[in-house]
Design a binder for this molecule. Structure first.
Ligand SMILES: [Zn+2]
Length: 85
């Protein structure tokens, strides 16, 4: 976890807060008109909610996006997105 120690001292570029912790977040990826949530660990500013991804998380999201584009991802439907009219 030594790698995170250095990042813990970082300041949020948005609100300059220093309370930044590792949280599991659900990044939204759009596939056509669908939204796919991808769980990934990110550094999250506890003050404003801004997310910071390390290189590993970035690569994980890129891989997920590619799999989704290729239709290779295993997906589970948990709800629907509906439009009010
Ligand atoms: Zn912030």
């Amino acid at each position: 976890m030594g790698r995170f120690q250095e990042k813990k001292k970082m300041k949020c570029v948005i609100c300059h807060g220093e309370d930044i912790q590792v949280n599991e977040v659900h990044e939204e990826l759009k596939v056509g008109s669908n939204v796919v949530y991808v769980s990934v660990n990110a550094l999250v500013c506890q003050t404003c909610g801004e997310r910071y991804y390390d290189r590993r998380a970035m690569r994980y999201l890129e891989e997920a996006e590619q799999k989704l584009r290729e239709g290779k991802a295993k997906l589970q439907e948990i709800g629907k997105v509906l439009v009010y009219s």
